[in-house]
Each structure stands twice: as C-alpha cells, then as structure tokens.
Design a binder for this molecule. Structure first.
Ligand code: ADP
Ligand code: MG
Length: 253
C-alpha cells in the first residue's frame, strides 16, 4: 500500500487464556509509513496483541489483515516473507554467536534458506549475499566494527540494536517492537529513538509497545492505549496527553 493507506488492520481481536480475557475486542489500523505506539499498564494485553499479530498466538476471535492478507491463520514463518518482522520484550539473540551471525539469521529468515536448509543444499552465492546484507545492517546501527564479537559481550542497549538489525535484515514492510527502550539508559534511548526515526524515514512502518512516555511521545504519530485487554484511547501524542481516561488510568494524574 502507498504511504498513508491502511497496511495493518486489527478487527475485534480477542484472546482468552482460560477465564482471563487478555485482549478484548481490540480494533485499530496502522497506515503505511506511520509510527504507532501502544501503551498501557503491565498486564494490559500489549505483548499478547503483538503475539497475535505476529502469529505466535492464534486469536480466540477477530482478525488481523496485513496488506490484504488475512494473517489470522498464517504461521510466523510465512509472516516474515509477507514483510512482518518483530523484536521481543526480552532480547532473543544467540549470545554465543557473533553479531554478524545473529543478523545473518534475520536475512536467512527472509530468503528461506537458513542454516538448516543450507546443510542440505549449500549455496555459496546466497551466503555471501546474506553476509553482505547483515554487514550493511550492522553499519546502520553503528556496530559493523564489532561484527565478529560475541553478542554476549555487548551492553543491553547494543543488544537491542542488534535485535533491530536482525529484524531489518529480513527486509520488513512493518516492524513490531515490544518495549525496545526497556532497561536502557537515557543516552541509549536517545540513540534508539534516532535509529527508529531513520528506519521510518527509510520506509518501514513501525508499531511499538513502550512504557517510557517521554520516549513514545517524542517518536510516534499515533498512540493506542490498552487497559485490562480493552482499548481505552487512541490519538496523537497531544490528544493522548490531554485525554482524561489516559491521565487517570495510566499517568496517575
Ligand atoms: P502486557 O504486555 O501489556 O504487560 P501481556 O499481554 O503480557 O500484557 O499479558 C496480558 C494478560 O494475559 C496478563 O494478565 C498475563 O498474565 C496474561 N497472559 C499472557 N500470556 C499468557 C499465557 N500464555 N497464558 C496465560 N495467561 C497469559
Ligand atoms: Mg508486555
């Protein structure tokens, strides 16, 4: 879809875990080129919503469509090929592999060859292409100088950047980020905010969950607020800041 047109549409999305309704009839859309933030207290259903969109969980009810595809029955592996990538609330990198190898895994996810498939039909041309793409993504986050270092040697802020690079290596249309700024220092947050603005300017649509209001407000075009699985508010940062429901339930004011 062209910039500004609906890209991701979430309709009446519902997820029950036994007696608990973690996500309750949530509906919103994300337009191509937008940066949309999702906020809400712990347990509000933000990560579950991401898991439903990215195919890690199947909804009890409702639907997710992306660029005209019904994602509700897709498996995550197909989503990567459709252009959906994500990062996790708790960094999921391979600590004992190098930065470059980790980012290469993201590129392989898109080409569908992968290390395992490679064992059966090894393709050298493919590997050098993937390696070059991974290196380019490390340059983008300013860590190409450490390409051969182990991920475990990096501070958390840089590990999060590597996770973003790995997601970008799959050449996504939309990138979902679950609490990308959690645990980062102020300077690291500023660097992350700039990286995400650059990624957005390069044409990737962004949907992120984030607790740090200052971080969210300075980055996104629109905010969706969840509480107890329900969508309580949606609007621009200015609208959200002055919304009484948000002030009461989330900002504690
Ligand atoms: P958030 O990311 O907004 O903090 P979550 O989506 O992680 O919230 O969780 C929403 C609610 O669903 C919480 O009450 C949580 O305990 C529950 N929950 C999340 N995942 C599961 C699961 N796999 N099984 C049972 N309950 C879950
Ligand atoms: Mg969460």
């Amino acid at each position: 879809p062209a910039r500004g047109e609906p890209l991701l549409q979430v309709t009446d999305l519902t997820k029950r875990f036994g007696g608990l309704t973690a996500v309750d009839k949530v509906s919103f859309d994300v337009r191509a080129g937008e940066i949309v933030g999702m906020i809400g207290p712990n347990g509000a259903g933000k990560s579950t919503t991401f898991n439903l969109i990215s195919g890690a969980l199947h909804p009890s009810q409702g639907a997710v469509t992306f660029a005209g595809h019904n994602l509700t029955k897709e498996r995550s592996v197909n989503l990567v090929n459709l252009g959906v990538a994500r990062t996790f609330q708790h960094v999921k990198l391979r600590p004992n592999m190098s930065l470059l190898e980790n980012v290469m895994l993201g590129a392989y996810a898109r080409t569908n060859t992968g290390f395992l498939a490679g064992a059966f039909r090894y393709d050298q041309a493919d590997e050098s292409k993937v390696r070059a793409e991974a290196f380019r993504q490390l340059q983008r986050i300013g860590l190409s100088g450490r390409a051969e270092d182990l991920v475990s040697s990096l501070p958390l802020g840089q590990q999060r950047a590597v996770e973003i690079a790995r997601a970008l290596a799959s050449d996504p249309i939309i990138l979902l980020l679950d609490e990308p700024a959690a645990g980062l220092r102020r300077l690291e947050k500023d660097q992350l905010s700039q990286l995400l603005k650059d990624v957005s300017a390069a044409g990737v649509t962004l949907l992120l969950v984030e607790h740090d209001m200052e971080f969210v407000m300075g980055l996104v075009d629109r905010i969706i607020m969840l509480d107890f699985g329900r969508q309580r508010a949606m609007g621009t940062p200015a609208e959200i800041r002055s919304n009484p429901v948000v002030r009461e339930a989330y900002l504690g004011a």
